[in-house]
Design a protein around this ligand. Sequence first.
Ligand SMILES: CC(C)(COP(=O)(O)OP(=O)(O)OC[C@H]1O[C@@H](n2cnc3c(N)ncnc32)[C@H](O)[C@@H]1OP(=O)(O)O)[C@@H](O)C(=O)NCCC(=O)NCCS
Length: 189
Amino acid sequence: MSLEGKLVVLREERREDQRLFADLRNDLDTQAWPKGLPPDYTEEMHIKRLETREFSYERDSARLAIVEKASGRLAGFVSYTGEQHRLSASIGIVVSREFWGTGIGFDAQEVLLGFLFDELGLREVHLWTHSGISKAIALAGRSGFVECIRLRESVFKNGRLLDGVVMSLLREDYYARHTDKVDRLPKVA
Ligand SMILES: CC(C)(COP(=O)(O)OP(=O)(O)OC[C@H]1O[C@@H](n2cnc3c(N)ncnc32)[C@H](O)[C@@H]1OP(=O)(O)O)[C@@H](O)C(=O)NCCC(=O)NCCS
């Protein structure tokens, strides 16, 4: 079974993906980081990062390439980090600008959430963003995430003070939105 949605497939990242990933990191609008990162990341740095990963069955993070099914083109990536067994994880998503507004971001996010709740059995998934990225907040909201922490004026970006925002999605809310699925994990009192 692959991680496949309506519009996208999520697959392992490959060497040839790293050019786009470096470009996304070097674009101040797509780097998705609360503090501006210098746009000097190279493809070689990204390849090194990929190739120095060690094989392990004990994983608490992953980065997956988003591929548009219709064209087979690489559209960006999704990731999860800090996964605590059967408990929680943080997610991230970056989509190349040419795919914005196509629904690919939503579909990729939903496929990742399906993996985290259905396969890893997590109770809670969250993400960090800031008040300047309305598209990220809207995208999270479309999957049922709600704001749970707002750190006022904690982010300085594009010459402005912005609020750091944490949004979270609970397992029960995920399954309440996905009535085609059954949550077979026992509820926690
Ligand atoms: C965050 C990000 C992934 C959102 O991308 P996006 O294009 O808004 O997301 P989608 O691909 O799901 O597109 C949603 C839009 O497409 C529309 N759409 C078109 N077809 C659609 C479909 N089949 N399904 C869902 N939405 C569809 C939606 O109505 C929505 O329109 P709106 O933005 O006018 O409300 C993107 O802006 C990005 O990569 N930003 C930079 C990195 C970043 O900030 N990451 C998040 C850090 S927390």
